[in-house]
Design a protein around this ligand. Sequence first.
Ligand SMILES: [Zn+2]
Length: 1199
Amino acid sequence: MMGTVNENSDDYEDPDIFGLSLHRSNPPDRDMSLQVPDHSKKRPSSLYSEDGLVDDYEYEGDLPSQQGSFYLPNSGILTPAIKEDTSQLSAVIKMGWLDKNPPQGAIYYQKRWVKLDADYLRYFDSDKDVYSKGIISTAFITNVTTVGELKFEVGTNNRTFIFRAESEAERNDWVTVLQGCTRGRQRHTVMNPGSPFSPDCQGYLELKGLRSKLYTVVASDKVFLYKNVDDYRIGIGITSIEMNVGNIKISERRSFDLTTPYRIFSFIAESEQMRDQWVDAMRKAIAEALSNSEVAERIWAEPSNSHCADCGAPKPEWAAINLCVVVCKQCAGEHRGLGPSISKVRSLKMDKKVWTEELIQLFLMIGNERANSFWAANVPPSEALTLSSCNEDRRRFITNKYRQGKYRRYHPLYGNQTELNNALCINVQCSDVLETLSLIFCGADVNCSTGLESQPSPLSLATAHSQPLQAELLNHNLNTELPRSEGIEAMDPEPYPKPPSVSHNGFLFKTPSMARAVTERKAKEEFSRRWCTLIDEVFSYYESDKNSNPNGVLKASEIVCLAVDTPEKHGYDYTFEIYSESERLYLFGTDDPESHKHWVKSIAKSFIPASAEPLLRLGFERIGKLKCKDGLNLQSSKVGWFALEGSVLHVYLEGSQVEEIQLRKLNELSIQQDNEVLVLVEKGRTLYIKGKRKLDFSCWCAAIQAAAGSGGDTLNEQQLTETDIPVIVHSCIRYITQCGMTSEGIYRKSGVNSRVTALCERFRNDARSLCLREGEHQVDDVSNTLKRFFRELGEGLFTSEDSCSWLSTATIQDESEKISQYKHLLNKLPHVNKATLQALINHLYCVQHFCEMNQMNIHNLAIVFGPTLFQTDGKDYAAGRAIEDLIEHYKLIFEVDEQQLQKHIDEIHAIIKMRGNHKCPMASERGGDFICTVYLEENKPTAEQHVKIPGSMTAAELVCDMLDRRNIPVKEKEYWSCWEICSKEEMERPLHYQERVLPIVHSVGTESHLLIKKHLAMEAIIHYLTSKGDASKHGMIKFREERSLLGLGLPTGNFHDRYFILNTTSLRMYKDVRSNRPERDWPVKNLKVYLGIKKKLRPPTCWGLTVLYETKKPERQQWYLCCNTQSEVREWYATFLSIQYDGDVWPQEGLQNKRVSRELPDTRHGSVSLIPLRGSENEMRNSVAAFSQDPLALFRDVR
Ligand SMILES: [Zn+2]
């Protein structure tokens, strides 16, 4: 038949097997044999070789029968050499030229192009060849060793191949790589008959042009050619054909062609029937290949996805669908090793079901490059993987990268759970999935509560905002374990000495343990008698004292809280609750108070560290440990030991004394962040208590809240302000000062009784949480609430003891004697009473000062307040007289600083004047102080502060003032700024530090407010400007104008691409890059740039700027610029800022040095809310979230 045998020819030569059959398909533009001239010249006649089939293998001399002995083997018996993932076109791990040892008898080595992937070692005639000359399944490689000079051996059970490299280094590299990918696989050399991946069809087929038949295997989406069935069994073949490029054509009778773009394989089957079987199997393989490759091809359309995200191997066919990376097979193996809670590994080819359109789009949108901008932002070159990295290196790297998150780019909010969760909730409403990835893997809780009833989770929020890709990403991460550096655990030690060992035993009554708080009364029947012991820090309870096996055991170290119930709360008179680390609650009871006391002391002693021992001496109602952060060190949380006794919370933090927090005197008490953090703000400090466990935390919250509420109707039992005035008194006075000074008959007119009753009730429940607001509350209701409070006050303001003395003093004729007697009595009053009386009289003094407007002179006020404060029936003249004296001689009796009082009166004047001008807020009142509401960090009533803003105050001064109030230290690289937030427009603007605040206060509408928060992008901005040098920028931006149509102010038009040039004088807009003449030209100094664009305008991206053009004309022009990336919008913004402030965007010496010495805020009168600058901030934050949460990717110095 074909050709002659060349004595040198001992390989399969491509042309032999395939070329000979001559149908070179579609005039191939490359002729493989010609492209490797060296070889083809050497063996020109190998084209005609047939027995290349024979001699490829060293040490194997048996020549195959050339004819006739082919048969179709029993297909059921044989298991494929092809392993599980044959459908994978595996990534090449290493390739290069090697000399392969000659077959027996030949004298020279043959140059071969050798490729290794996870499944096969293949060798080719040239690096251009598609189909190999030989293919060795790595599963069958038993050993790889170096032999002699530059050589190495690849051994299988049956054969040994010898290769020679060009250099020692190259040789060693091959050996390492081969060992790396075959290690641990030797056991597979024994065939596994149970393999599920049976070939679809196998047997001998004649290949036209070749006298011998080839053992052909169709498996999944590939066709493998082997010399014979024995070779098939030992995993050594000729080549494999990817069927995704194949096409089958029946030619005549027993023949059919498998056409690929590179070759046509013309096969001849044994019979026409057999041919049909083969054709059928191969067509199925094509279909399989096509459908298999569909997802892969689509995913690879994003260029960076065509290389493994971990090692860079080409054509990666696997993906970690929750981590959003496409990886090669080898890396996928290591991903799988992390477990599905960390990496969900799916095949691009086999796991077709998982690849929803959303998931594919998500992978296209993120892509390996962007994913790695997060995951691999900080990979030391020494740790990076290469194609040839061994499995151990891969494991180490992949563990570091995904399990530990070692290389990730830390989100600026890292460590701040609330902010992370917040940012996640906001971000899932826009399309920035990379940000979501970054948030999730920096600790944002995918299952956190959004606080919205209709969309309680980020997932539902994403869905509701039509963000299917966000939803997809969230969905795959609902149960993901977050990266945790091993170091972090070590950073959270409990550095407390062990408690001393205690022991105690006796009978107690116990209910079954519970997973929730005990809210209902437990009757005696629900308790069972148990023998309890506390020995060596182990608390155990037994069926009886005869039993030796306990029913339950609680180690002292597992106890997190012990609560003592009020007597008779349950069926047994005395009960206590033990809370465990594993969120169980154990309720024990006894009727014996002594036993109860003893148990409580013993158990507390067993788990409270010796250093927190003072807590044990308290008559606590609740004692235990909680995670907390305090104002001076917000970065790391620590374990604190707490004991609650009455309205005092005793706290022991590491390295400090036991401290007391007077709960009734807190400035603020709130539960934030999805009920996870309890915030206690007292004068000078803020304590954040974190809910590490739900059960005991929720009980602590309830107990602390109850203890912080008013405890009774005496003055002492009220919630108090810092200056020891009941909050209710403070609130009412503040409100009247703001809204009622000009109200005619104030305090004389009665309010609506039901409303007054309701107000009193709400104040009694929690005075701190009630914020009186104009519009919502009526002046006369509030004034009567204040009066009713004093009238019903237990013991009265003047105390029952001394009340008469006060009244009799009023009758003293001699003025100076009278005053000194009042002073004497005043000093006899308890502190709270004295402070309260002074605040009230001060207020009444001011009220009467404006009696021309409100008609309430001293006498009128005394008539009202005399009987109220002395709780008399009003018939006693002395009560009124006393009050009249106190107001009239206020300055003398209370030794008031004249100037201070005058200042306060002036303030009220300003308020009254301002209220008169309220309708035109642009009024030219620029000189005086204004009192306005400023929010700290969040727009909530609890975060509002009332600040007096003098005309000269700069943003920096305001920021410092606010931080001082809350005792918030400013750390390095923290850029606290004052922001003008326009919630309606969904935009915000950080004020420049030198910007005057007052004009902003005047110009903003009621839907805007001032917020003090960190400027997270500032560091990046400074960095950008420093690295850039000149202040100019140009580039394409999407532009939209807000034009006034017929004066209606309707927004028109859409976003269009425009070319912008920004230089030190102007912002110019061009139709495109080539335009010579700008369409627009605006002077930069007249522009006011806000971050964010209102969503109604449907900005194409979330990185938008709203630009206001302020002219002298009354109209204002506004337009919108939208960038494609976050960094772009930041750069534009930075450039604007730099130009407008001549490069001075942030004080070099830090903000703190910008403060001017200013008197401490006057706590008595300073908290007057004048301009309600409140609005819903949430929506606005959506569009600006991306900016303010700037990852500072490139610049941040990550620890
Ligand atoms: Zn890889």
